[in-house]
Design a protein around this ligand. Structure first.
Ligand code: ZN
Ligand code: ZN
Length: 178
């Protein structure tokens, strides 16, 4: 494991949120937001309205820019998110999750809780000097971002099947180039 368990889960959920913006887009309706929140087991208060949905989409854009930004800019944005949402780290445990950090209160808006969870995970990445693990899929027709949690930082493709797709493409290219 490269980071603490809760950090790795947060990074994975942040990647999943950012990648809903890319094909196949799967955060285009409030119903799809419900599915996302359920899949990633978000607890806490919800309003289930358009305002909440739009806040999540705005956060998604912001996180995507942060993911690929130079380190100085990333740091500024992480600090801004923590400050804007008045983050206050507290150890909690609930359900099947043992002690981990929450830095927001359950009654804060969903997008703020998502923002702070992403920011707290990025704090770990930045202070471990591991920001090169934040990257983008190397397939030329794929815009997905990824978090490289491989020991030797060798991951190039996202989870959306790009590894297999690029391998098949390379294989076909070799066969036709006789
Ligand atoms: Zn929790
Ligand atoms: Zn990809």
């Amino acid at each position: 494991m490269i980071f603490a368990h809760d950090t790795e889960v947060s990074l994975a959920s942040t990647v999943a949120l950012i990648n809903t913006a890319h094909e196949p887009q799967d955060l285009t309706t409030r119903e799809e937001l419900e599915a996302f929140v359920t899949a990633w087991e978000w607890t806490g208060s919800r309003t289930h309205d358009d305002a909440e949905f739009r806040q999540v989409l705005r956060l998604r854009d912001r996180l995507q820019k942060m993911w690929l930004a130079p380190e100085e800019e990333l740091v500024e944005e992480v600090n801004a998110l923590l400050q804007d949402c008045r983050a206050l780290p507290q150890l909690v445990r609930h359900g099947k999750w043992d002690w981990h950090l929450h830095a927001t209160r359950p009654e804060q808006p969903l997008a703020e809780r998502m923002a702070v969870e992403a920011a707290m995970a990025l704090v770990d990445v930045i202070r471990s000097d591991e920001t090169e693990r934040l990257s983008q899929c190397a397939a030329d027709d794929c815009d997905n971002v990824l978090i490289d949690l491989s020991r030797n930082r060798s991951r190039r493709y996202c989870d959306a099947g790009c590894t297999n797709r690029m391998a098949a493409q390379a294989y076909r290219a070799r066969r036709t180039k006789v």
